[in-house]
Design a protein around this ligand. Structure first.
Ligand code: AP5
Length: 220
């Protein structure tokens, strides 16, 4: 099972990838999450990536491609994966073709479409637990007690790149660097589009129905 989730910042790639991963039993490979762990651990990769991430720019392709290659070597990817946030440039899309044997090309690239006003609302209201990483939204998915994680009581924080200037930059970068990937996958006959607005569970259902229709998973 080799699924790519495309879509702008805030489209819900991470939210939906987590639900699908749990349902389908294959890992979510989120380049954003891997990079944030490296930043927190202050590794060489993390130090190099932080300057780009904080201002909403993309981390250089060579760093990200090597990171994904390494991640895909792990045993839990033997039956597939859900790519969340990768590829994000044409160079990364071409590298993915090279990383994978031709027989293992992605089976489907799903573009999650959301209006820009809604993206800004979602990103500016996102809060994340500093201890367990669980994600909230101050309006759409608030914690029971403001500022505190329901799961582990950790403190919630706002990502540096969820502040106004960085959000604007990320959306600009998305339009220039990542949106063209929809044409790339369209030409390969792999692109499917979902309107990812509304209830999280309804969007998950739409995704599952699409995967059934495409023969990627059985009825479940
Ligand atoms: P990354 O973490 O990948 O950020 P992103 O693509 O900008 O995506 P987000 O995590 O912001 O949004 P999402 O679509 O996953 O939505 P989510 O489910 O979180 O990357 C961060 C940075 O790392 C990049 O800017 C770059 O610097 C670097 N990077 C990462 N990958 C890279 C790559 N391949 N190459 C180069 N650099 C790379 O949801 C967002 C919010 O909306 C949450 O609060 C959630 O609760 C809420 N929400 C979700 N669904 C709904 C819904 N249906 N209704 C209402 N609210 C919802």
């Amino acid at each position: 099972m080799r699924i790519i989730l495309l879509g702008p910042p805030g489209a819900g790639k991470g939210t939906q990838a987590k639900l699908l991963s749990r349902k389908l039993g294959v890992p979510q490979i989120s380049t954003g999450d891997i990079l944030r762990i490296a930043v927190k651990a202050r590794t060489e990769l993390g130090r190099a990536a932080k300057v780009f991430m904080d201002r909403g720019a993309l981390v250089p392709d060579e760093l990200v491609v090597q990171m994904v290659k390494d991640r895909m070597q792990l045993q839990d990817c033997a039956n597939g994966y859900i790519l969340d946030g990768f590829p994000r440039t044409m160079t990364q899309a071409h590298s993915l073709v090279q990383i994978l044997a031709p027989a293992a090309l992605p089976q489907i690239a799903i573009d999650l479409e959301v209006a820009e006003d809604e993206l800004i609302l979602r990103l500016s209201g996102r809060r994340v637990c500093q201890d367990c990483g669980f994600m909230y939204h101050i309006e759409f998915a608030p914690p029971s007690q403001p500022g505190t994680c329901d799961r582990c009581q950790g403190g919630l924080f706002q990502r540096d790149d969820d502040k106004d200037d960085a959000i604007r930059e990320r959306l600009k970068v998305y339009r220039k660097e990542t949106k063209p990937l929809t044409d790339f996958y369209q030409k390969k006959g792999l692109l499917r589009v979902i309107t990812a607005e509304g209830n999280v569970e309804d969007i998950h259902d739409q995704l599952r129905k699409l995967l059934v229709k495409e023969g990627i998973i059985g009825q479940a």
